[in-house]
Write a protein of this length. Structure first.
Length: 223
């Protein structure tokens, strides 16, 4: 690790992690002050900067809430992943609707897996999607469906479903998770479509039973 002193702005042109601190010196106030200079150092602070791939275009067909807009229209392809806290500004929130998006590549790519990163915080009415459909296009026009992703997070109030029905006080806390499917194909992909289905109404056991739920995502995954 190298340390440099900057007195003017500088430019970065690649994904970077920058740590910085301020160094200030204080000299004698007047001629009657004891000679010498005091040097003060601020704590180190760190910031990560991710360069967005401009050969990737996102067409978001759903509407995110203004208060959960993250970095705006390109949030889901900016390479920034969120934490377990939905208020940090890294997540986009979609109220009572599916998240539907299409990604096109300037040049077709060989992809091994495709998916989406989502957040669940049930006490805040944020649920993982009930299912996720990934579609791929090799010609940029027609799309083929990949196997449906069942998130296994659908917590229902239907006792006949054999799914666990927790009490409101015992369900799991905030968590984020990547849901993806393998392409198992050597063909170049021109475009992908991701449809994440909204969970639906809050279950009967939930304090908000019967009310609509949120779907939160921070990144579309294509590797």
């Amino acid at each position: 690790t190298k340390t440099f002193t900057y007195k003017t702005p500088f430019t970065i042109n690649a994904t970077s992690a920058i740590e910085a601190r301020q160094v200030s010196s204080i000299g004698p106030r007047d001629i009657n002050t004891m000679p010498g200079i005091s040097v003060n150092y601020s704590p180190w602070v760190k910031a990560n900067y991710i360069k967005r791939d401009k050969s990737v275009t996102l067409n978001l067909k759903s509407t995110y809430a203004n208060q959960y807009a993250a970095s705006g229209p390109n949030t889901l392809i900016d390479g920034v992943f969120g934490t377990k806290e939905f208020r940090t500004g890294d997540w986009q929130g979609f109220d009572n609707q599916d998240l539907i998006s299409e990604i096109t590549f300037e040049k077709p790519r060989l992809l091994s897996e495709i998916g989406i990163s989502c957040l669940q915080d049930m006490k805040s009415w944020i649920f993982f999607p009930s299912s996720i459909l990934i579609e791929v296009s090799y010609d940029g026009v027609t799309f083929e469906k990949l196997p449906l992703i069942e998130t296994n997070s659908t917590i229902t109030s239907n006792a006949s479903s054999n799914q666990y029905i927790p009490s409101f006080s015992s369900y799991v806390g905030p968590m984020n998770k990547e849901f993806f499917v393998k392409t198992n194909s050597a063909k170049l992909v021109s475009a992908i479509r991701v449809t994440a289905r909204n969970f639906g109404k809050c279950p009967d056991w939930h304090l908000g039973a019967g009310n609509t739920t949120w779907l939160f995502a921070d990144e579309l995954i294509f590797r």
